[in-house]
Design a protein around this ligand. Structure first.
Ligand SMILES: *Cc1c(COP(=O)(O)O)cnc(C)c1O
Length: 424
């Protein structure tokens, strides 16, 4: 059947093994939400686990730390255990705590040991700004000059990174590598396994920022030997704005003293001895700092239950199918309107979103929102469209492209300024 017909989309929806999950989300009538790579939608189960936590607070007060369905004292480790299958880790290697940027600070403080000629951190010039700020400040804290000690691998085309270029930059001066799993603008998925192998051949530690992949793409961090990773839970994992983040530490590093110690990183049986000598937890739990943000952790419980039921491999399969369907429709319906697909097409290099470039991107995004399609915009010319496996239907992808086509035909975007808002 021809893919540009609505019938095709309806047929695909009826065969979708994940279709029932859509009913678990709050989806606004008539609105097509394609921004799950920035903030995932709320599900009924995330809402329920948050409500239960509020109820536990009402019922138990201080005793909620140790009693109730989910004692708060163990919530970080429990969420780590529930997240482990998503990244291919052992339960003890994953922890939910803090925020993405804080976890990056913690991990770099722990794993960056500049010594002799090995003093540099290797990152890339397309990386998310917060990661770069954190890396620079960690370098400064060691009394080193970030301009000299942070190397950023260049992109050949401003969109993608070539693994060969990264490997070439792994010199004897590099102590640590921090890279994204998926680039936030172009949606490129890096070859994590290969980069980890090459780093280790050169005795360099390597960590990954999984914000744009965890919950959309399966990983095998332990099998690949990744040293550490960190990610947020509010994008593909739908745990809510500002929700608790996560980190992974390979078990061969257990016992390393956290760079930023705090009492919640203690061995749990000793934490309340209130000694001034820190007794570090034996596992990834060591790398949390203070009291976990229980209310921002609670929605993740319900959300992760759904991921366990859906299975990350099925999620990836549908996500790839949806993104390819979206690209096919863009090529069929929108040629001649000046769009360029900037993400890789090859499934082994493609993340969870489509990156569409257009000189009028900012105002096309405004027109899309006005027409009930929620995309997001990234400077200077990128429209990111993320069809999310658990809640986006094929029919919605079809409809979104039809609405975009109308906007382009009628030049509806000309009503708006081609400038981003405070938040893109
Ligand atoms: C979303 C995102 C962040 C956000 O960091 P926060 O500390 O949660 O604000 C960091 N890095 C990348 C690559 C991201 O996509």
């Amino acid at each position: 059947m021809l893919t540009h017909l609505r019938k095709y989309a309806i047929e695909k929806d009826s065969q979708d093994p994940l279709q029932s999950f859509r009913n678990e989300f709050y989806i606004k009538e008539g609105e097509i939400y394609l921004d799950g790579n920035s903030l995932g939608l709320i599900s009924k189960r995330a809402e329920l686990s948050l409500e239960k936590t509020i109820q536990a607070w009402k019922e138990h007060g201080i005793d909620g730390w140790m009693t109730g369905e989910q004692p708060w004292f163990y919530i970080s480790e429990k969420l780590g255990e529930m997240s482990a299958p998503l990244v291919g880790a052992e339960p003890a290697e994953v922890l939910a705590a803090g925020s993405t940027t804080m976890n990056l600070h913690q991990l770099v403080a722990t794993f960056y040991s500049p010594q002799g000629n090995r003093t540099k951190i290797l990152a890339d010039e397309l990386n998310f700004p917060s990661d770069i700020y954190a890396l620079k400040s960690q370098i400064s804290l060691r009394g080193l000059n970030p301009e000299e000690h942070l190397i950023r691998v260049k992109s050949r085309d401003g969109r993608l990174l070539e693994e060969e270029d990264i490997i070439e930059a792994m010199t004897e001066e590099v102590a640590l590598i921090v890279l994204p799993t998926v680039l936030y603008r172009s949606g490129q998925l890096l070859d994590i396994k290969r980069l980890t192998e090459e780093a280790h051949k050169r005795n360099i530690l390597i960590g990954f920022d999984g914000c744009h992949s965890v919950g959309a793409i399966p990983h095998k961090f332990s099998e690949w030997g990744v040293d550490f990773a960190f990610w947020c839970n509010y994008k593909y994992l739908n745990a809510g704005p500002g929700s608790i983040a996560s980190l992974y530490v390979n078990k061969r590093h257990f016992g390393r003293i956290p760079g930023l110690a705090g009492w919640f990183g203690s061995d749990k049986t000793k934490q309340f001895d209130m000694e001034h000598t820190f007794s570090s937890a034996a596992e990834a739990g060591a790398y949390q700092i203070g009291t976990p943000h229980i209310m921002s952790a609670a929605p993740l419980i319900g959300s992760l239950e759904m991921f366990a039921e859906a299975g990350i491999d099925r999620i990836r399969e549908k996500s790839l199918d949806l993104t390819h369907y979206l690209m096919d429709l863009i090529i069929e319906e929108l040629s001649g309107f000046g769009f360029e697909i900037a993400n890789p097409i090859d499934p082994v290099r493609l993340g969870g979103h489509v990156s569409l470039e257009h000189p009028e991107a900012a105002r096309i995004c405004k027109a899309l929102k006005e027409n009930g399609v929620v995309p997001d915009f990234r400077q200077p010319n990128v429209i990111r469209l993320a069809p999310v496996a658990l809640y986006t239907s094929y029919s919605e992808v079809w409809e979104a492209v039809q609405r975009l086509k109308k906007i382009m035909e009628n030049k509806d975007y000309e009503k708006y300024e081609n400038k981003r808002e405070i938040i893109a």
